[in-house]
Design a protein around this ligand. Structure first.
Ligand code: CTP
Length: 393
């Protein structure tokens, strides 16, 4: 979000304090945040809180600096706007076009993407009036970030709790990204597979799925319809991505044949186990004091199976190599019918379970782009840029 200009509207609900935490996160990620507070919001949180967090003036009234026409200036300077929390009152005013304070006036004058995060008592949220206003706003292209079910300030449970900070940030990131993959179907495999040989033991590898999850998040931000086929990992897949959970290579193959065939872009970042134990014991194996050995049989190659059904899909594989990288990776590219292959050097375990990675993308006969060393989010963005470039070419 480096340098992104964000307009944050805060209206008067108890969740206004969460808008302060959100502001802090956005500023830490490099966004420049202008905050407009309604009069009711000022009863819950002081403007000083937001001014301190953003190191910028906070706007509370149309008449603060009338010579600068703040409602027009603020929406012209911002790339996206968000109302967190949006009360029933503000939702109703926005739907009806009532512009009677700085926030509603500014948003009526806005030609930028706007997201609304309602938070209120569950009965107020479910009321047909509120629902009708939200439907109107949705029709007009506002993004409604639905509230969640959970503990409400009245001490009860219900639907009306402000969406999590992660969901709020995800919506904002999407509004700020050029929608270069809008209408495209993208399928991504990620994570390890787990091949069991008794009810509690398995063979697996050190992949966490972080690269594939970062790719899924970035593709979703660019407007794609994303399916993530994810092996066992403790990492949480991004909200807004359709995630299909699998354990074994065989399950991953089934899921890929179901969800990835016919996609516009398919990226195989999973570290699929090449072998699985040849026997599986229904009972937990007992130790006997003797050495024990397992025999293995080959697993299906998920990516190669997809390559055989390639059609118009732009197919990208990964190659984990410890030596003679380009030659080995090009051989995989040809053998699996890929359009491109992202090579990472896994000597010494690099890339697995770490925040950083280094990738080189090989394509066609001799195409080669060094994507450099960076955190996995940055590399995911560079890889998608390169893939989009190939799609256009
Ligand atoms: N892959 C797959 N199914 C497998 C093995 C690999 O889909 N059973 C995919 C990976 O997701 C990756 C690519 O194939 O995109 C290459 O994986 P890699 O492990 O580097 O290559 P292998 O084909 O397994 O070859 P080797 O282990 O001999 O280097």
């Amino acid at each position: 979000m480096n340098g992104a200009r964000v307009l944050l509207g805060v209206s008067g609900g108890i969740a206004a304090y969460k808008a302060a935490a959100l502001t802090s996160t956005l500023v830490q990620r490099g966004a420049i945040v202008d905050v407009i507070m309604t009069a009711a919001a000022e009863r819950f949180v002081a403007p000083l809180t937001f001014a301190s967090l953003t190191a910028r003036p906070v706007y509370t009234a149309l008449w603060d600096a009338p010579e600068r026409i703040p409602h027009i200036r603020l929406v012209r300077e911002a790339q996206a706007a968000m109302v967190v929390p949006a009360t029933a009152h503000v939702v109703a005013k926005l739907a009806l076009g009532i512009a009677d304070d700085l926030l509603t006036t500014a948003l009526l004058a806005a030609r930028i993407p706007i997201a609304i995060a309602p938070a209120m008592n569950d009965a107020m949220f479910e009321h047909p009036a509120t629902q009708a206003h939200l439907a109107t706003l949705r029709e007009r292209g506002y993004e409604i970030i639905e509230p969640e079910e959970g503990y409400l300030a009245e001490g009860e449970r219900g639907v009306g709790r402000l969406a999590s900070e992660e969901r709020l940030i995800e919506s904002l990131a999407r509004m700020l990204s050029p929608q270069t993959l809008a209408g495209r179907r993208v399928a991504i495999t990620a994570g390890p597979t787990r091949e069991a040989f008794d009810p509690v033991r398995f063979v697996s590898n050190a992949s966490t799925g972080a690269t594939g999850i970062a790719l899924a998040r970035e593709a979703m931000r660019r407007g794609a319809d994303v399916t993530l086929i994810l092996g066992p990992t403790l990492l949480v897949p991004p909200p807004g991505v359709r995630t299909v959970r699998v354990n074994t290579a065989a399950e991953m193959l089934d899921a890929v044949l179901k969800h990835a065939v016919g996609a516009d872009i398919a990226i195989a970042s999973a570290a699929v186990a090449d072998w699985r134990p040849a026997q599986h014991s229904e009972e937990k194996m007992k130790k006997s004091g003797d050495a024990m050995s397992l025999s293995f049989e080959p697993n299906p190659d998920v990516l190669a199976a997809l390559g055989e059904r390639k059609g118009k899909t732009l197919l990208v594989g990964f190659a984990a190599e410890t030596g003679d990288h380009d030659r080995n990776a090009r051989e995989k590219l040809r053998r699996k019918h890929l359009d491109a292959i992202a090579v990472n050097d896994v000597r010494g375990g690099a890339g697995f379970g770490t925040g950083e990675n280094a990738l080189v993308l090989l394509w066609g006969e001799d195409g080669r782009t060094d994507l450099g060393r960076a955190d996995k989010e940055t590399l995911a963005a560079r890889l998608l840029d390169a893939i989009e470039g190939m799609k256009r070419a």
